[in-house]
Design a protein around this ligand. Sequence first.
Ligand code: HEM
Ligand code: MG
Length: 331
Amino acid sequence: VLEPPPGPLKDTRAKLVNDKSHPWKPAGKNDIRGPCPGLNTLASHGWLPRDGVATPAQIVNAVQEGFNMGNGLAIFVTYAAHLVDGNLVTNLLSIGGKTSKTGPNPPAPATVGGLNTHAVFEGDASTTRADFFFGDNHSFYETLFNQLTAFSNKFGAGFYNLSVAAEFRFQRIQDSIATNPQFGFSSPRYFTAYAESVFPVAFFIDGRDTSGQLDMKVARGFFQNSRFPDGFFRSGISTTSTVIGAGIDFIFSKHPIPPGGNNGAVNSYTPDPNSADLSQLCKLYTDFVNNTIRGLYPNAKGVLLAALNKNLDFFYSPLAGSDCPQVPAFV
Ligand code: HEM
Ligand code: MG
């Protein structure tokens, strides 16, 4: 029996999360880190297992406790990642590369490759990580962080904020169009790219500070060192998908660009008429289940099939009661 996802926090106030029981420690040589500075930081402070291998319930708990991510958003993002990158039978997910710690492999084409796996969740035009085409899609990349700093100076008076996010999101897309022949920017990456541009504003600013301005030294701590600032308070706002959606709409509106990708050559960006756009959350969900997840598990049986369907139920649960129907269980 798989543990169901945790419910919401009882107390969603800002509070000290870089506390005595969660000291930063550098990752040891067997500790896994990956493309997500949020989860990396939670692991390096012991809000998640320090080795970087966790159950989805542990991840939901940690993002709620450590960053005040709202329950529905936490469940949706965590189970999306677990379904494509995690081991559904052992219930373990690596926040970075593939590891034997997640247990025996299911049959191909499933990979259980951890969050570093390209093109199922991780994708191109990331904020501080290079495109998979260039060889390393998960390590902090100083060149990009320097560009981010330059944009924060130019558009944010030295801080990262939603205006900077809008300009830098567009810049990262233009950069990938011009340099990555394999650039992919269809759903689900289309959504996560915009969301990840909002996340630093929502989560990396101390909860006692409501300015919406992220100091770039603090930003570097998270992005590069997986580290909370000393005395860091989590946000005092429970960040729901509605909060993130408002940030996404702001960023998109400054430089609208449709979902799509390059066609094997640089500067060949072509819109993808089959991809969900930002107004189609139900299509995002439905296509992710029918195409991305089903593509990895075309033929699951027995214990694996049962675990797959259970996780699909958990993934859908934030949408229950909406006008988006659940995709029927896999058979
Ligand atoms: C990026 C997973 C929560 C902040 C990513 C990426 C993955 C991921 C796979 C790589 C996407 C890419 O750039 O190609 C998850 C999962 C979460 C989660 C499964 C579970 C709820 C969070 C939280 C924060 C966060 C709570 C902030 C506190 C970010 C940021 C990026 C990112 C800023 C962009 C990194 C960059 O390109 O520099 N996340 N994330 N994430 N995540 Fe998370
Ligand atoms: Mg990426």
